[in-house]
Design a protein around this ligand. Structure first.
Ligand code: FES
Length: 152
């Protein structure tokens, strides 16, 4: 049963802190603004049982990208929804990414198969095996899955 698509939300932004220190006799206040990496809430863990997937959209390098997350054997993995063969969305049938046996991710256009853990193409049209889907780093905190892109 397909899981409905839902957009990522709740991008969290940086905070600032004030720090002070003593140098000799003079007390110097130093304002520090440290940017925390932005992260995006995708879903609660219980919304993604093993063998299911969910599409979401998030900005990557200033462009909204359609991505998807899968629960493979109890571990979550997320990728940009773009095949390495031709840059098309992989789910011809909306939100269907797993092969029938649940062991691989499948691009339904020309049947490229990818390892769910690494995103490596292991079978498919010439030139595609050995290439990787673009992985989205994830964090799970307090039962919530966040996408945490490193270079945003
Ligand atoms: S577009 Fe994905 S296998 Fe061809």
């Amino acid at each position: 049963m397909p899981v409905p698509s839902e957009p990522a939300s709740h991008g969290e932004t940086s905070d600032s802190s004030m720090a002070s220190r003593r140098t000799g006799r003079r007390r110097v206040r130093v304002s520090q603004r440290r940017a925390k990496p932005t992260r995006y809430r995708i879903a609660r863990t219980e919304e993604l049982p093993t063998g299911t997937s969910l599409k979401f959209t998030m900005p990557l390098h200033g462009v909204d990208e359609e991505c998807f997350i899968v629960n493979f054997g109890g571990t979550f993995h997320a990728y940009v929804n773009r095949c390495c063969h031709i840059p098309l969305a992989m789910d011809w049938v909306d939100n269907q990414f797993f092969t029938a046996d649940g062991n691989y991710l499948l691009c339904q256009t020309h049947n490229a198969c990818y390892e769910p853990e690494s995103g490596e193409c292991v079978a498919g049209p010439p030139g595609t095996p050995g290439k990787f889907l673009r992985k989205i780093p994830l964090e799970v905190r307090n039962g919530i899955i966040y996408a945490a892109p490193q270079h945003e």
